[in-house]
Structures are given as structure tokens and as C-alpha cells.
Design a protein around this ligand. Structure first.
Ligand code: B12
Length: 227
């Protein structure tokens, strides 16, 4: 029975990330997929769960930068295999989103997951990558006609970049919607910095985007009716 293998495989995938087992991760993920098991579950309960443990090992000084890098590499190998099989509750969504990790920050796993969930749902996403200079973020966001700008930061030191960026964006385009996230970022930061949206993880991000973009559409329709 495939279901009997689900638990052991999820555990093995998680452990492969923790042990940076780049040799075996592909085989484990392929076996999981060949059994028709849920790819979303494998990503969040296998790969990401493993990465959270890696963070704890770094805090305990068991792991250092090279180990964290290899764990990220292992996670990305798995993600590549699972991505085509992932699903979301939203389909054929409409909207153009710009996403990037703020200047000084190279952590991009979270941003890539958020981006993936958006793309799977049908949103068009432009990705500026990681460690994006403030002026590049600002220029791109203002140049094109985006419905939403998403910023990610994983460090308490770099997250303040978002505050400045939101201020500049809003000065230039007051109605442009901005959403922020990343592990040190909270809803309180979003409120204080006048971001329009915040979500603690990629799954919740999707619901927030849908809500934000629906509001934008409603305002636009009302504006057109008044003309
Ligand atoms: C892997 C890792 C690395 C890898 C990154 C590889 C990569 N390609 O990303 C490498 C080795 C490069 C690295 C480097 C460093 N790291 Co590091 N790293 C990590 C680690 C272990 C995992 C990060 C991760 O991938 N998490 C998994 C993802 C899925 O979670 P997530 O990013 O939070 O994303 C979710 C949500 O936050 C949310 N989200 C994220 N972005 C967005 C955006 C939007 C718009 C929304 C709505 C939601 C959202 O949705 C995501 C998916 O559900 C964390 C520990 C941890 N507990 O997180 C430390 C950690 C982030 N690193 C840390 C540090 C200190 C560093 C270094 C400074 C170490 C050093 N001395 O050089 C450097 C910094 C380099 C730099 N300039 O950025 C600290 C940060 C502490 C702080 N100040 O806040 C942490 C917390 C470890 C620790 N406990 O001390 N790191």
C-alpha cells in the first residue's frame, strides 16, 4: 500500500536534507512520487521540516555555513522534482507579481517557495532573485505595471530594508500593494511599515494575495463606474 510508505519516506526525505545527502535525495523523491503520494506534503513535511532542524543545528553550533549550504542544495534537488506535481486550491489566478529578497540577504528558499505557490495558482511572477539592491527593486517595481510587490527577508538585520523600500514605493505609487514576509518579519512590522499584506508561510501567502488582489480589482471597477 502506498500510504504505508508515506510516513517512512517523509522521514527519509527530511533526514536527507538534514544529512545533506545529495546522492540519495532524488531517489527518495522519485519513489515518493511514483507511489502517487502528495507532493505538497513532501515539500512542507519533508524538505522544509528538515531545513528547520538544520536551523536548530546551526544555532547549537553543530552545523556551520558549509553544512547549511549543502542542506540547501539537497532541498533544492528535491524541490525541483516535486514542483511539477504541486497543487494549490486556486487555479487560473490573474495578476502580475514582483518578488525578491532584500539587499544584504542571500536566503532564498522561502522566497522561492512563495513564488512557486503563486505560479502554480496561475499568477505571473517576475523574480528579482536575492540580495537585490534597493534601487533595482524600486526601479523595477515602479517601471512595470505590477499588481503586487513581494519582499522577503530572513534576517533581523536585513529586514529593515523593507521599511525603507515600502516608504519609497508608497511615495511614488501610493496605491501599489506591497506584501512582506520571512521568518523574523511579523504582522506588527507589516502594520508599522504600512505594508498591505503579510503572511507567515507560503500557503497562507496565497490566501492573502487573493484577498489583496480582489480588493484592488473591486476598487478599480468602482473607479471605472464613476468615470
Ligand atoms: C539555509 C540557511 C542559510 C543558507 C541559505 C541558502 C539559501 N539558498 O537560501 C546560507 C548558508 C547561505 C546562509 C547564510 C547565512 N545565514 Co542562514 N540560515 C539558513 C537556515 C538554516 C534555513 C533558512 C531556510 O531556508 N528556511 C526554510 C524556509 C522555507 O523558511 P523561510 O525562509 O522562513 O520561508 C517561509 C516564510 O518565512 C515565508 N516567507 C519567506 N519569504 C516570504 C516573502 C513573502 C512576501 C511572504 C508573504 C512570505 C515569505 O514563507 C516561506 C515558506 O513557507 C536558517 C535557520 C532557520 N531556522 O530558518 C538560517 C538563518 C536564517 N541564517 C542566519 C545567519 C546569521 C546567516 C549568516 C549571517 C551566517 C554567517 N555568519 O555568515 C549568513 C548570511 C548570509 C547573507 N548575507 O544573507 C540566521 C539569521 C539570524 C538573524 N539575524 O535573523 C538564521 C536564522 C540561523 C540562526 N538561527 O542564527 N544561511
Amino acid at each position: 500500500m502506498p500510504q504505508d510508505r508515506e510516513g517512512p519516506l517523509l522521514k527519509a526525505i527530511k533526514e536527507a536534507v538534514i544529512d545533506f545527502d545529495t546522492d540519495n535525495i532524488a531517489a527518495l523523491c522519485s519513489e515518493y512520487l511514483s507511489l502517487g503520494l502528495d507532493a505538497n506534503k513532501a515539500v512542507f513535511e519533508g524538505l522544509i521540516s528538515g531545513m528547520l532542524k538544520v536551523g536548530r543545528l546551526y544555532e547549537e553550533q553543530v552545523y556551520f555555513i558549509p553544512e547549511m549550504l549543502m542542506c540547501a542544495e539537497t532541498l533544492y534537488k528535491g524541490l525541483e522534482l516535486f514542483q511539477p506535481h504541486m497543487t494549490t486550491s486556486i487555479q487560473n489566478a490573474n495578476g502580475k507579481i514582483l518578488i525578491g529578497v532584500v539587499e544584504g540577504d542571500v536566503h532564498d528558499v522561502g522566497k522561492n517557495l512563495v513564488k512557486m505557490m503563486f505560479q502554480i495558482s496561475g499568477y505571473e511572477v517576475d523574480d528579482l532573485g536575492r540580495d537585490v539592491p534597493m534601487n533595482v527593486f524600486l526601479k523595477t517595481a515602479l517601471e512595470k505595471d505590477y499588481d503586487l510587490i513581494c519582499m522577503s527577508s530572513m534576517m533581523s538585520t536585513t529586514m529593515y530594508e523593507m521599511k525603507g523600500l515600502i516608504k519609497k514605493l508608497k511615495e511614488n505609487k501610493p496605491y501599489l500593494k506591497v506584501m512582506i514576509g520571512g521568518s523574523p518579519v511579523t504582522k506588527l512590522h507589516a502594520i508599522k511599515w504600512q505594508a498591505d499584506g503579510y503572511a507567515p508561510d507560503a500557503q497562507k501567502a496565497l490566501a492573502v494575495v487573493q484577498q489583496l488582489l480582489n480588493t484592488v480589482k473591486l476598487i478599480e471597477e468602482q473607479r471605472k463606474q464613476r468615470l
